[in-house]
Design a protein around this ligand. Structure first.
Ligand code: XMP
Length: 511
């Protein structure tokens, strides 16, 4: 399989570049800029992309490259900081843009030379997304200027002979018109990509290599019912069948029918599926607890205890499998420049299970790819396209003390909310949507009688990264239908409110 290397210089869009490349049907990996040249050479990449980064190329501690990289004969696309690196190393000059007009941030009208391979077949002008404080004062030898903006003459450069291209803007973000087509041109017209990254092929190769690695060994996996662990389980089930044991801890804090749906999805495989009904254990530990962080801690610890008890029954295993995915790996730090956060899935291995090695079969896949792999393996759509669901489940959506009755009320109301959104076709535009049972009771009137019952809050957000989110503009008619259905179908709810706060200042979950 052909491979492109995305060399990371600490840019905030490094993952996005890699995703765009894979969306074009070309496999790529993100590597730290400190990766030794011999390692890069061994990979025989068809192309290399330098990411952006927050530094200035001339600053003493700025990330650099081994200049030998320019002698590999491999095409290079430099984006933003990456473009400035090309200029810096190959005889151009990069300077801080003291003149405010040469500093560019945001959407910028840009004019392209469509004779350049990168821009061939595209409109001569369009909006591009800029974010740079430095500027290429002198174009390096052998390069020509291939794009300019109204403020800045040197926006893109190319040396078609050596197949080096640099752009000051970010083609990977949606704000850049035709940005994805530019990346595609680099991959197909410059690097000679064949488009051989397909999920069907990946699936076959992954199964074969898992079989080879695991041999006759035993594998244990904690299945949460979320997309990642479900797809990891399905892949391993396909590869080694009965050698795999999935422990599915049902903590009683799932949504309506969720536990049964997860179990049903795995019936097609002949594997060891252990469903632990631990509702009683979790609810008794949570009795009387109202503080959100305590709830999380109790649930996290109890989860480990239950998994530990089940693992002891199974005995020694050879491999412990985890559903770690590529963003977790990238975010856990490729190099000093890229450390954003340390993800709990990476590095934090449970020490109570007696196993030889850890397996992470989805380690190189993005979320969309994980979903596609799930489809390829025949997992049902409701599992594969599932919205995120927090590990502590409904415990953090029942505000205040948790009881089984409150959980049942919330489960029903949440189901009606989701069901009605689906029926009205309003769910596809939403990133996450759920109901929250508030701790507030208020007076209402039903029939001829007074009621004193709970207020339910509905929450629906749109977001691309869950770090920030906007409240979703669900049409009033749809909200009205949902409200009528919930008060009619779910006892003990007599008032419904819709949450119209974004994140920040609110968070997506209420607790
Ligand atoms: P917040 O509420 O922080 O949520 O805006 C952002 C995303 O994270 C999910 N979330 C959690 N997921 N354990 C999880 O596994 C948790 O304790 C937890 N808290 C929030 C939330 O559903 C949203 O997708």
């Amino acid at each position: 399989m052909q491979e492109v290397i995305v060399l990371d210089f600490g840019g905030q869009y490094n993952q996005l570049i890699a995703r765009r490349v894979r969306e074009c049907g070309v496999y790529c990996e993100v590597k730290p800029h400190t990766t030794p040249l011999c390692e890069l050479r061994e990979k025989k990449p068809i192309g290399i992309i330098f990411t952006g980064g927050p530094h200035s190329v001339y600053a003493p501690d700025s990330p650099q490259v081994d200049p030998e990289i320019f002698s590999l004969g491999v095409p290079i696309l430099g984006i933003c900081y990456g473009c400035q690196l090309l200029a810096h190393y190959l005889g151009g000059k990069v300077v801080p843009a003291t003149d405010a007009s040469a500093r560019e941030y945001g959407k910028t009208e840009t004019h392209y030379d469509t004779a350049c391979t990168l821009f061939r077949g595209l409109p001569e002008s369009g909006v591009s997304w800029m974010s740079h404080g430095d500027y290429m004062e002198k174009v390096p030898d052998g390069f020509t200027l291939t794009a300019r903006s109204d403020e800045c003459p040197n926006v893109a450069i190319a040396d078609e002979k050596r197949r080096f291209y640099g752009v000051q803007f970010h083609p990977e973000v949606n704000h850049t018109e035709n940005g994805c087509r530019m990346i595609r041109s680099f991959l197909y017209d410059v690097c000679g990509a064949k488009g051989d990254w397909t999920m069907g092929d990946y699936c076959k190769t992954a199964i074969a290599s898992l079989r080879e690695k695991i041999g006759g060994g035993k594998v244990l996996l904690a299945l949460s019912g979320g997309v990642d662990s479900s797809v990891a389980a399905a892949l391993l089930a396909e590869a080694v069948g009965k050698q795999l044991t999935c422990v599915f801890v049902d903590h009683g804090l799932m949504r309506k029918n969720e536990g049964d749906e997860v179990e049903a999805a795995f019936r097609k495989w002949d594997l060891n599926f252990v469903r632990v009904d631990a509702e009683e254990r979790f609810l008794s530990k949570l009795a009387g607890v109202t503080e959100p962080e305590r709830k999380r801690k109790i649930i996290g610890e109890e989860f480990i205890r239950v998994f530990e008890d089940e693992s002891k029954k199974i005995g020694a295993v050879d491999y412990l499998a985890q559903g770690t995915i590529y963003p977790d790996v990238i975010e856990s730090g490729l190099g000093s420049a890229a450390t954003i956060k340390s993800h709990h899935n990476v590095g934090g291995l449970p020490d109570f299970v007696d196993f030889k090695e850890i397996i992470e079969p989805l380690r190189m896949l993005f979320k969309d790819e994980v979903r596609n792999l799930g489809r390829e393996l025949g997992l049902p759509e409701y599992l594969v396209s599932r919205q995120p669901f927090p590990g502590p489940g409904l415990a953090i959506r029942v505000i205040g003390e948790i009881t089984r009755d409150k959980l049942d009320t919330l489960r029903q109301a949440d189901f009606v909310f989701r069901d009605e959104l689906h029926r009205q076709g309003a769910d596809s535009a939403l990133s996450q949507y759920f109901a929250v049972l508030t701790n507030l009771r208020s007076v209402g009137v039903m029939g001829d009688g007074r009621t004193y019952d709970y207020t339910l809050a509905l929450r629906a957000v749109t977001t691309s990264d869950f770090m920030t989110a906007d409240w979703a503009r669900i049409p009033y008619e749809v909200l009205d239908r949902i409200s009528v259905r919930i008060v009619n179908e779910v006892p003990h709810i007599n008032r419904i409110v819709y949450d119209i706060t974004s994140k920040p200042p609110a968070t997506i979950e209420w607790e």
